[in-house]
Ligand binder design. Structure first.
Ligand code: ARG
Length: 466
C-alpha cells in the first residue's frame, strides 16, 4: 500500500515496523468522528475560497457516502491502511480523484487525531453521564422507599450505630453525584477545537478556526497550536474520573457481596444478575458485583499507563501518544458496561428488611444512645461510657441484647435508668433522634432527598444545565 507520506522514501517500510506503527486495528473506531471533522474542514476550506464550490460539494457528498457505506458494512475498513485518517483520505481519492487530494490542505494528522479523540470523548462523556444519572435515579428510588428500613451502620466492619437503608444509599448518591460533576468539569475544559493546529505550528492557509470549532459544536478553537496537537490532559482527566467511578462501584460491590453472604442475608440478588456453580448446586454467586470490583484494576491501569506515557514527552506531537487509544477505549467500555450492569443488578435486588433490622438490634448498635440517655440524666459522658460498657459485657456473657434486660437488672448498673430507657434505645428512636443535616433520621433524610431531587432536575445531562 502506498503511504500518504511515501514521497520522501526510497524503500518500503519493513513489514514488522509497518504493523508496529499502524493503528488502524483500533482507531477504526473513530471513523464517524474522522469524517465529521473532515466535513467541517472541507466546508471551511470552501468558505475561505481554498477549495472551489464544486470541489467542496463533491468532497462533502463523497464523505457522506463513505460514512454511509462504512456504517452499513458495504465498505470495510481494511488493515492495509495505516490509520483511520489514511483510510478515509484514500477512499476519498479513489472515489473523487484530484478533488479528493485537496482535502488535507492546511491539516495534519496530528490535529486530525487530536480532534477525533476530543469528539469521541465528548460523546462518551455524555453517555457516561446518562448512565450515572440512571444509577442516581435508581438510588433515589431506594432512598425514598426505605427511610424506615433499619440496618446496622459499620465502622471497621463492626456494627456501630443503626442507620437506614435510605441513608446508606444516600452515601452512594453523593459519590456518584460527584462523579457526574467531575465529568461535567472535564467536558467544560476540553470542549475546544484543536483543528487548524496543523502539525504543530498552524498553517499558512487562511483557515477560519472559529468556523470549524462552531460547526463541530465546540466552545471555540484551542489557543496554542503546539498544545492543540499534544494535549492529552483531557484523556487523563477522563481516566481519573472513571477510576473514581470504578472505585465507588467497587466499594458498593464489596458491600453487596458481603450483604449477599449466608451470614448476612441483607439482600437477594435477582437470578438475572447472578450465576451458579458447575459443581455446587446450592450456589448463587454475586458475579456482577465481583466482576465490577475486579475490573476496577483495568481502569486504574489505564490511568497510570497514560500518565506514564505522557511523562517527559517533549513538545509537540510524538508517536508515543498513539498509545492513548486502546487503553482509553477499553476503560470507557469497561466503565460503561459496569455502570449499566450495576444499575440493573441494584434495581432488581431484594432488600431483606427483617434481617437488616435483626442484625442492627443484635449488635449493641444502641450503646451510644444508652450512654446519651445517662448523660441526659446528669451522668458525665465518660462515666456513662463506662457504665454502658459494663452492661454490654454483661449482655455478651448472657447472650442477650440491652433491650432484653429488665429495668431491675439495668438499675443494678445505674439508678438513673427509668422505664423510658426501653423506648430511648429502641432502634427507631436511635435513628430518628439523629436529626442533624445529613443524619439518618427520617425527617433529615427527607430533607436530603428533596435536595438530591432538585439536583437531578437542575442537571439533566452534561452540556445542558437548567
Ligand atoms: N495514528 C496517529 C495517532 O494516533 C495519528 C497521528 C499520526 N501523525 C503522525 N505524524 N504520524 O497518534
Amino acid at each position: 500500500m502506498a503511504q500518504l507520506w511515501g514521497g520522501r522514501f526510497t524503500k518500503e517500510t519493513d513489514a514488522l515496523a509497518y504493523a508496529f506503527n499502524a493503528s488502524i486495528s483500533y482507531d477504526k473506531k473513530l471513523y464517524k468522528q474522522d469524517i465529521a471533522g473532515s466535513k467541517a474542514h472541507a466546508a471551511m476550506l470552501g468558505k475561505q475560497g481554498i477549495l472551489t464550490e464544486e470541489e467542496t460539494k463533491q468532497i462533502l457528498a463523497a464523505l457522506d457516502e463513505i460514512l454511509e457505506d462504512v456504517s452499513s458494512g458495504k465498505l470495510e475498513i481494511t488493515e492495509e491502511h495505516e490509520d483511520i485518517h489514511s483510510f478515509v483520505e484514500a477512499v476519498l481519492i479513489q472515489r473523487l480523484g484530484d478533488a479528493g487530494k485537496k482535502l488535507h490542505t492546511g491539516r495534519s494528522r496530528n490535529d486530525q487525531v487530536a480532534l477525533d479523540m476530543r469528539l469521541y470523548i465528548r460523546e462518551e462523556a455524555v453517555e457516561l453521564d446518562r448512565l450515572l444519572r440512571k444509577l442516581l435515579e435508581t438510588l433515589l428510588k431506594i432512598m425514598e422507599t426505605h427511610t424506615k428500613t433499619i440496618l446496622p451502620g459499620f465502622t471497621h466492619l463492626q456494627k456501630a450505630q443503626p442507620i437506614t437503608l435510605s441513608h446508606h444509599m444516600g452515601a452512594y448518591f453523593e459519590m456518584f453525584k460527584r462523579d457526574r460533576q467531575r465529568l461535567f468539569d472535564l467536558y467544560e475544559r476540553m470542549n475546544y477545537c484543536p483543528l487548524g493546529s496543523g502539525a504543530l505550528a498552524g498553517t499558512t492557509f487562511p483557515l477560519d478556526r472559529e468556523y470549524t470549532a462552531k460547526a463541530l459544536g465546540f466552545y471555540g478553537p484551542t489557543l496554542n497550536s503546539m498544545d492543540g496537537v499534544s494535549d492529552r490532559d483531557y484523556l487523563i482527566e477522563l481516566l481519573s474520573a472513571l477510576s473514581m467511578v470504578m472505585m465507588h462501584l467497587s466499594r458498593f460491590s464489596e458491600e453487596i457481596i458481603i450483604w449477599n453472604t449466608n451470614e448476612y442475608q441483607f439482600v437477594e440478588i435477582d437470578d438475572a444478575y447472578s450465576t451458579g456453580s458447575s459443581i455446587m448446586p446450592q450456589k448463587k454467586n454475586p458475579d456482577i458485583a465481583e466482576l465490577t470490583r475486579g475490573k476496577t484494576g483495568r481502569v486504574y491501569g489505564a490511568l497510570i499507563s497514560l500518565l506514564t506515557t505522557m511523562k517527559s514527552l517533549p513538545l509537540a506531537y510524538n508517536k508515543d501518544m498513539q498509545e492513548d487509544k486502546e487503553l482509553t477505549f477499553d476503560a470507557v467500555d469497561t466503565a460503561k458496561g459496569c455502570l449499566a450492569l450495576f444499575e440493573g443488578m441494584l434495581s432488581s435486588m431484594k432488600f431483606l428488611e427483617e434481617n437488616m433490622k435483626k442484625s442492627a438490634s443484635r449488635g449493641f448498635t444502641n450503646a451510644t444512645d444508652a450512654a446519651d440517655y445517662l448523660v441526659n440524666h446528669g451522668v458525665p459522658f465518660r462515666d456513662a461510657h463506662g457504665i454502658i460498657g459494663r452492661i454490654v459485657l454483661y449482655c455478651v456473657e448472657k447472650g442477650i441484647a440491652v433491650e432484653d434486660m429488665s429495668l431491675e437488672e439495668l438499675r443494678r448498673f445505674s439508678d438513673c435508668f427509668k422505664e423510658d430507657i426501653f423506648e430511648a434505645v429502641s432502634m427507631e428512636a436511635c435513628v430518628n433522634k439523629r436529626l442533624t443535616i445529613g443524619a439518618p433520621a427520617k425527617e433529615a433524610m427527607e430533607a436530603a432527598i428533596k435536595k438530591e431531587k432538585e439536583y437531578l432536575e437542575q442537571n439533566p445531562q452534561i452540556g445542558i444545565c437548567v
